[in-house]
Design a protein around this ligand. Structure first.
Ligand code: FAD
Ligand code: SF4
Length: 466
């Protein structure tokens, strides 16, 4: 056992920081079968694996790692698929340091087993080689299911319900499916080809994917029931941008991260000159916020040609909510961090374009409702930073389009759907909901977990009643 712990954590090969900060290719380039098998040897195959408890969907982590160790990559992917239908995505974007790897026993004395990297390796190996048997569909039930929203929660419900034998239509408002995985998370972190390959897999199983369909506008829930759908899942996400309400915020050159990233990712500004989507290419860019969205925006700004990309965050480094790997990558690429700093005003030129941000230094006071120490302004600490683009990445709210046009759908005071957290059932008979539209902006794996729970409950309803 001691021998096992001596193998060092196998590093993930990456593009060199200076080079990658100017291109949109994926940053980590992936492990080889040899290094994956070596990493898998570090797992102690615990009898009571803490990592499984730490995984929100309960993947049999020692089970799949044991198979990787023996070079059985195809069996390993089948093992992961038992609990997680999007491992290539989760291996790349889950906050493993707070979940499985955060509690891995090896991590008590050494670096934890690289569970996320191994999950990614197995999923990529299968995508390249296509050796695993396609999951079998249960016999047709004759029931029809509508899934609204094609983010990770909607994709999970669509996959589970088609395999349970129901007919499934997936409605997506945008012209491409994938939700935040496609319009939010940039190519250098999650190549779109991976998400589209998952959606192609669903289509191959028989899911009817209908893009450009804004449910609540082009068709209502009542009309879907009239069209013969027996059950509806709402996975419409929390994509409504939040602003700061600071003077000058409507100057030209200040925009939400949602708009900035959507223009770059979904509308392909990142592939200029092939696509000529308008986007402001700032030279000195300030991003406000400290989560994954802020890291993605600041790193995108560098890749779109910024000389300086600065993150302004009102708490300290310890409180940054972004994944540790993203913060590390952003630092390596040259993103500057101004901690304990908050904006008070934006200043424009005579044409109404932003040219500077005024702010105040902060110190940390008592913990607030979130348990994090509240930032308190320091008197007399005013400062000004020049800038020509400001990206606001301070959170997002519930997508209101469908929820507000659907009578009888119970919402909480922030506009999120009140749904049973165990089953996803809403106040409307035959309607389930899950993911960010229920919990508020959260994570991919939690949205998937909610989708799986709702799919089980919907299947019960369709086969046994409400
Ligand atoms: P979404 O992914 O938001 O999908 C909802 C879909 O519903 C969208 O495609 C939307 O167009 C569609 N829709 C909305 N209204 C309608 C309608 N009326 N009719 C039809 N379709 C509709 N999480 C992590 O775990 N790790 C990360 O590294 C990470 N990075 C992130 C980076 C960014 C930039 C962002 C924005 C989020 C990030 N997250 C990350 C959070 C994560 O992406 C979300 O928690 C997750 O995508 C939520 O999934 P969802 O299925 O609930 O909703
Ligand atoms: Fe392996 Fe770590 Fe999980 Fe134990 S906790 S089974 S060592 S990955």
């Amino acid at each position: 056992m001691a021998k096992k712990e001596k193998i060092p954590r196998q590093p993930m090969p990456e593009q060199e920081a200076k080079v990658r900060a100017r291109n949109f290719d994926e940053v980590p380039t992936g492990q080889s079968p040899e290094t994956a098998m070596k990493e898998a040897e570090r797992c102690l195959q615990c009898k009571k694996p803490a990592c499984v408890e730490g995984c929100p969907v309960g993947v049999d982590i020692p089970g799949f790692i044991g198979l990787v160790k023996d070079g059985k990559f195809t069996e390993a992917i089948s093992k992961i698929w038992e609990k997680n239908s999007l491992p290539a995505v989760c291996g790349r974007v889950c906050p493993q340091e707070l979940q499985c790897e955060g509690v891995c026993i090896v991590g008590k004395k050494d670096q934890p087993v690289a569970i996320g990297n191994l999950e990614r390796f197995v999923a990529d190996y299968e995508r390249k080689n296509r050796l695993a048997p396609t999951p079998e569909k249960a016999p047709a039930t004759g029931k029809k299911v509508a899934v609204v929203g094609s983010g990770p929660s909607g994709l999970t419900v669509a996959a589970d319900m088609i395999l349970k034998g129901h007919e499934v239509t997936l409605f997506e408002a945008f012209h491409k499916p994938g939700g935040v995985l496609v319009y939010g998370i940039p190519e250098f972190r999650l190549p779109k080809e991976i998400v589209f390959s998952e959606v192609d897999g669903l289509s191959a199983l028989g899911v009817d994917v209908q893009c450009n369909s804004v449910v609540g506008r082009t068709v209502s829930l009542d009309e879907l029931f009239e069209q013969g759908y027996d059950a509806i899942y709402l996975g419409v996400g929390a994509g409504l941008p939040t602003f700061l309400n600071v003077p000058g915020e409507n100057l030209i050159g200040i925009m939400s991260a949602n708009e900035y990233l959507t223009r770059s990712n979904l509308m392909k500004a990142y592939r200029f000159p092939e696509y000529d989507t308008p986007i402001i290419r700032g030279k000195k860019v300030i991003t406000l916020g400290g989560g994954n969205v802020a890291m993605d925006s600041a790193r995108t700004a560098l890749r779109l040609g910024a000389d300086e990309s600065i993150i302004v965050y009102r708490r300290s480094k310890t409180e940054l909510p972004a994944r540790a790997a993203e913060v590390h990558h952003a630092e390596e690429e040259g993103v500057q961090f101004h901690f304990l700093t908050a904006p008070t005003k934006f200043i424009g030129d005579e044409k109404g374009r932003v040219i500077a941000m005024e702010g105040l230094k902060m110190e940390l006071g008592e913990p607030d409702d979130s348990g994090r120490r509240r930032p308190v302004p320091i008197e007399g600490s005013e400062f000004t930073i020049d800038c020509d683009l400001v990206i606001i990445a301070v959170g997002a709210g519930a997508n209101p389009l469908l929820t507000q046009s659907t009578e009888g759908l119970d919402l909480n005071k922030w506009g999120y759907i009140n749904a049973d957290l165990e089953t996803g059932k809403t106040s409307l008979r035959g309607v389930w909901a899950g993911g960010d539209i229920v919990t508020g902006a959260a994570t991919v794996i939690l949205a998937m977990g909610a989708g799986r729970a709702a799919a089980d409950s919907m299947h019960d309803y369709l086969t046994r009643g409400w």
